[in-house]
Write a protein that binds this ligand. Structure first.
Ligand code: NAD
Length: 386
């Protein structure tokens, strides 16, 4: 069994799929691990560190991709600088694992199926207790929530904590977190550690206790519809609920120094929570960090990857925040992948048990087919001419 770690060639991606500590454990289990030369460079893991724990360093990408039994990546396969396509480099029957964005990129899933590649997409790991150690969405979202608060604190022309000094008393910053999933809860915890007064809102009422246990106030909005979908995720809500929510949250946004938005609905454009009018009502100097920037943004003023100024309010739309903390992001992701890979291997050979709910949910393509109905539906939508 050859397990291969590819170098990420996407611009701005600093993470690597396995770190040397994880490689050491896999090698001890009898797996052969190949690492592309320079794969860990941008997350500060040298080729020598991988070699020292028994990995083989491969300089030729065509060999690494072409001979791997299981190829581990962070993001989607790309076109390389030399014009080669990573998907085309994979051999038939190989397993590919990564954040493959299957609902956003169904045509790529189709290509993988046509190439007879067995593709596993970590976004599909079920949110169950057994799958927790494989939950890459959570491990990476937590990093993003933490970093979002640091970005906000650095951009805010104020202190976060309350300070009593000889020169007077400083009031603590007010932080409003919208969306209290994994990223939002970590943002709340981080803002609290920095001494801010924190309020939070989510359309899933079940998060109220978690928010309160972190020392934040939960902003309640009574909605007359179910807001939770299968798997504990949020549902897209009706226009009436959206308006009702906006009426309630407007006051909290207006009085906040910092707004951190993290709201997402899987497979959909991010919900709009902060309108232009709400931004206009905020005090100059306030900061919004929109973690949904890549999914269309929770704030109407967000530009992905840019800082926007509106009436003295700074709106920051960061892209791929986990990549800005590549050492820990890679360490956690590597653990997620190594645990997932254990489920695919028996007696040092690939053995996929589709009766296992995790394998069944995460495996998107196999034996020339797209296995996942939602991905098939997404593909039908993009292939249907309008
Ligand atoms: P996510 O990234 O999909 O969304 C972030 C948050 O935005 C969610 O809390 C969601 O409810 C909220 N949101 C969506 N639309 C909104 C709107 N219009 N207004 C306000 N908030 C809105 O979520 P996530 O962090 O991936 O978590 C999804 C679910 O999975 C949660 O229930 C979480 O507790 C659960 N979870 C369970 C496990 C586990 O049991 N192993 C692990 C991780 C997450």
């Amino acid at each position: 069994m050859k397990l291969a770690v590819a170098k990420e060639v996407e611009v701005g991606e600093n993470r690597v799929a396995l770190v040397p500590d994880t490689v050491a454990r896999l090698v001890k289990q009898g797996l052969e691990v190949w690492v592309e030369a320079g794969a860990g460079e941008r997350s500060f893991f040298s080729d020598a560190a991988y070699e020292a724990v028994g990995a083989k360093i491969i300089s030729d990408a065509a060999i690494l991709w072409g001979e791997a039994d299981i190829l581990l990546k962070v993001g989607l396969p790309q076109e390389r600088e030399d014009g080669s396509s990573e998907i085309e480099l994979l051999r038939q029957g190989a397993v590919l694992v990564g954040f493959l964005n299957p609902l956003g990129q169904p045509a790529v899933m189709q290509r993988l199926a046509e190439r007879q590649v067995t593709a596993f997409s970590v976004e599909m790991v079920p949110r169950t207790t057994r799958a927790q150690s494989m939950d890459a969405l959570s491990s990476q979202a937590s990093l993003a929530g933490y970093k979002a608060v640091l970005i906000a604190a650095a951009a805010l022309p104020k202190y976060f904590p309350m300070l009593t000094t000889a020169a007077g008393t400083i009031a603590p910053a007010k932080v409003f977190v919208m969306g209290a999933g994994v990223a939002g809860l970590q943002a709340i915890a981080t803002a609290r550690r920095l001494g801010a007064v924190v309020e939070a809102f989510d359309i899933r009422p079940a998060v109220k206790e978690e928010v309160q246990s972190l020392g934040a106030k939960f902003v309640e909005v009574q909605l007359n519809e179910e807001t939770v979908a299968a798997g504990g995720y949020a549902k897209e809500v009706s226009e009436a609920s959206r308006q009702r929510t906006q009426e309630v949250v407007a006051e909290h946004i207006k009085s906040a120094d910092v707004v951190i938005t993290t709201a997402q609905v899987p497979g959909k454009k991010a919900p709009l929570l902060v309108t232009e009018e709400m931004v206009a009502q905020m005090r100059p100097g306030s900061v919004i960090v929109d973690l949904a920037a890549e999914q269309g943004g929770n704030c109407a003023c967000t530009a992905p990857g840019k800082d926007v100024q509106r009436n003295g309010v700074t709106i920051i739309g960061p892209i791929n925040l986990p990549s800005s903390m590549p050492i820990h992001a890679s360490q956690l992701y590597a653990k997620n992948l190594a645990t997932l890979v254990q489920l695919m291997i028996k007696d040092s050979a690939l053995q996929l048990n589709f009766d296992d709910d995790i394998i069944d949910a995460v495996c998107i393509t196999h034996a020339g087919e797209i296995r996942n109905q939602r991905v098939r539906d997404a593909l039908a939508q993009v292939s249907t001419p309008v």
